[in-house]
Write a protein that binds this ligand. Structure first.
Ligand code: NAP
Length: 268
């Protein structure tokens, strides 16, 4: 089996990565950073996001596995003391593959070619200087609202536990092919009005965010931030591609939600 392994870069994650490499060599697994079948991230959910963006051009060929060197994560669901068990399972057990939906974003400009991005957690749209974002939100090519505020967040179901949650969005089970639009500090008064509630859109619905005021935008795709000039529209929809995770044991989404957000506070 050909594998690639990425570390968060801290000493604990690096040490665990080297231990895993030695163990995988014993199993005659071959390290191949160009064409791996399995991509292992060692660190946290953020490290898995980096692994996803490194191999997003090979989603059909790759299964991801996340090892967490801190607390248990949503994508990184193996702990350091379990890595031997994980490597034995990778070699001996039938690999169940769990697929999660992704977000496709196409950014259109006044001139030049559109650019396509994929996000595992979310994309956000803000201005690049902290000024109020004024943008029309179209759903299925029909104006839904004129948004004024800090920005908009468009998340995947598995990203719903990340930034989306902090914005008051709903938690969505990753078996649902959907995307969620949440507001980031919208301006609402007698003159300006937005819906105020998160919107959950199905796979066949596309939304367009069309900036009304000129000026550069700051867009994020997971942990990646970039400035974009002369944007005419940002098209978002559920991507045709999916990310695949290698699963060797049940780890239900709602249990992860419980363990991450409820259990620790009850236990302390
Ligand atoms: P970071 O700012 O270093 O960490 C963000 C935190 O989000 C980390 O604790 C990370 O977990 C956690 N996280 C990542 N994906 C998650 C998921 N799907 N469900 C639950 N928690 C998740 O940035 P980063 O590590 O590069 O991650 C980028 C992500 O940060 C973005 O995609 C966005 O979702 C999130 N973010 C959140 C807020 C907020 O909550 N106010 C603001 C900006 C960005 P680990 O510790 O396991 O890595």
């Amino acid at each position: 089996m050909k594998y690639a392994i990425l570390s968060k870069g801290d000493s604990k994650s690096n040490a665990l990565m080297h231990k895993m490499k030695n163990y995988m060599n014993d199993f005659k697994m071959i390290e191949d950073t160009i064409a791996p079948e399995v991509v292992i991230s060692v660190g946290g959910d953020g490290t898995l996001l980096q692994a996803f963006h490194t191999y997003s051009h090979r989603l059909d060929e790759v299964s991801f596995v996340g090892v967490h060197t801190g607390h248990l994560g949503f994508y990184a669901d193996w702990l350091p003391h379990e890595v031997e068990k994980l490597i034995i399972a990778l070699n001996n057990d039938p690999m169940q593959k769990i697929e999660y939906p992704l977000l496709e974003v196409i950014v259109n400009y006044e001139t030049g070619r559109p650019t396509r991005y994929l996000a595992l957690n979310e994309a956000t749209v803000k201005t690049n200087n902290g000024a109020t974002l004024v943008a029309d939100l179209d759903i299925r090519h029909t104006l839904f609202e004129r948004f004024r505020g800090d920005g908009l967040c468009i998340s995947t179901p598995s990203g719903s536990t990340a930034y989306n949650k902090a914005l008051g969005g709903a938690l969505i089970h990753p078996s649902l092919d959907a995307m969620q639009i949440t507001e980031i500090a919208s301006i609402n008064n007698r003159v300006f009005r937005t819906v105020g509630s998160p919107l959950v859109l199905p796979k066949h619905h596309t939304c367009h965010i069309k900036p009304v005021t000129s000026g550069p935008l700051q867009l994020t795709f997971d942990h990646v931030t970039s400035d974009h000039r002369n944007v005419t529209s940002i098209q978002c929809r559920v991507a045709d591609e999916k990310i695949r995770f290698a699963r060797f044991r049940p780890f239900p989404f709602w249990k992860r939600v419980h363990d991450s957000f409820i259990a620790s506070s009850v236990d302390t």
